[in-house]
Design a binder for this molecule. Sequence first.
Ligand code: KIV
Ligand code: ZN
Length: 523
Amino acid sequence: MTDNTQKDRVWIFDTTLRDGEQSPGATMTHDEKLEIAGLLDDMGVDIIEAGFPIASEGDFAAVSEIAKNAKNAVICGLARAQIGDIDRCWEAVRHARQPRIHTFIGTSPLHRAIPNLTKDEMAERIHQTVTHARNLCDNVQWSPMDATRTEFDYLCRVIEIAIKAGASTINIPDTVGYTAPGESAALIRRLIETVPGADSVIFATHCHNDLGMATANALAAVEGGARQIECTINGLGERAGNTALEEVVMALRVRGDIMPYYTNIDTKKIMHISRRVSTVSGFPVQFNKAIVGKNAFAHESGIHQDGMLKNAETFEIMRPEDVGIAGTSLPLGKHSGRAALRAKLKEMGVEVGDNQLKDIFVRFKELADRKKEVYDDDILALVSASGDADLHLQIVSLKVVCGTGGPAEAVLEMDVGGEEKMATASGDGPVDATFKAVRKLYPNEARLQLYQVNAVTEGTDAQATVSVRLEEDGIIATGQSANTDTVVASAMAYVAALNRLLVRRQKVGAGADAREISWKELS
Ligand code: KIV
Ligand code: ZN
């Protein structure tokens, strides 16, 4: 590997909390957004796009608090090309040590038709809004949305206006995931060669994955001269998602020989944040997903295992440790103490406070009683399922009888707001019976949007992680749990989602978290 002094720096701009969170169903709570922002900051992300402050009171509050807490990262908020949006964005990001306003407008013929502006009228709007943003904040990013389908001459014209008005980063979005690698590189190269003043700003690339080319397009844009990559953890984002942070970062690291660029990312923190984003967004990571998929480092076939035992490089181009999987470390067991657990978490790049460690340790002991060896993945699942305190609903006990002879029957004891209640319900299988029993004790109209079960490790004593996503009156909440008993994990995930829905409903009632403007209306 060449050392970084011979390479160019590429800035990583993470938009998991804005473009990623915008994806239908991926809504995160305020606390979850703060936690993810903290993890992004710790892993060395250069710029965190924390949200869209005009979109809702909840977005505004999250961006403001992320801005106050940020340690090293630049904190950016998104704003349409409207004075009110830009002012609101500034109000939220101004608390950051390093704030940035990101303002955008759709410049392609199809997007120009929406506000019904002529080319000249749009150019004037860009001049006014970028100037306004620059008067508030000395770090302004501007994006011509749908740039890859905008006429080249017009694109050059509006970029020149934005640069003259004071934008220091020009982002070139491939909003609908339409471009291809050769074209992506050529577009950035040509813009840099053509637009007056282009050498005084940073060009960014923002790719969507509709044709599965987002990572390739982003890397090609870097070869064309872009020095900021916009991306999300796990490639989260609308439709097919955005460029995945873990993919571009690891591609630049592993193929530094042909791509002489480096980032500031501590790659050992990748796996943990990937799991957390998957958990809080309720979007599972596909098993064979590059870098962070469950199978990304698994070598199942006999030939592979033989090769791996002789020399890991036979089939591995990067080490699991490099992305935060403690490849060769020993599993913990029931005699392992709190110090061993803390050391294991540290080794995996997971930092938890004392209270959370206490909670994880209790769950770890329960698990170790049921399961001989507790693997790294089991522990990460425990971390993901920990942390909910002061819950309105808590399961006290659950017994389920099921088999071939008839419907399943669940007997559930649950603490509902401090009162212990019991119910029996029958259903089409153990999970259906259990969910019905929960609904008897806590009647609700929440619609089940997603119910998903994954085995964390191998073997019949593997933990199952269950994700449940519920929707009620437009409010979405997810719950996750892990247990060696799939039905228990399902019940706990369902109850966790109900608890979160309750908290969110209360906040919306108090006017705090209602999504006032949808992304569709905004763009
Ligand atoms: O995809 C897109 O064009 C965007 C812009 C707001 C940058 O997300
Ligand atoms: Zn986007």
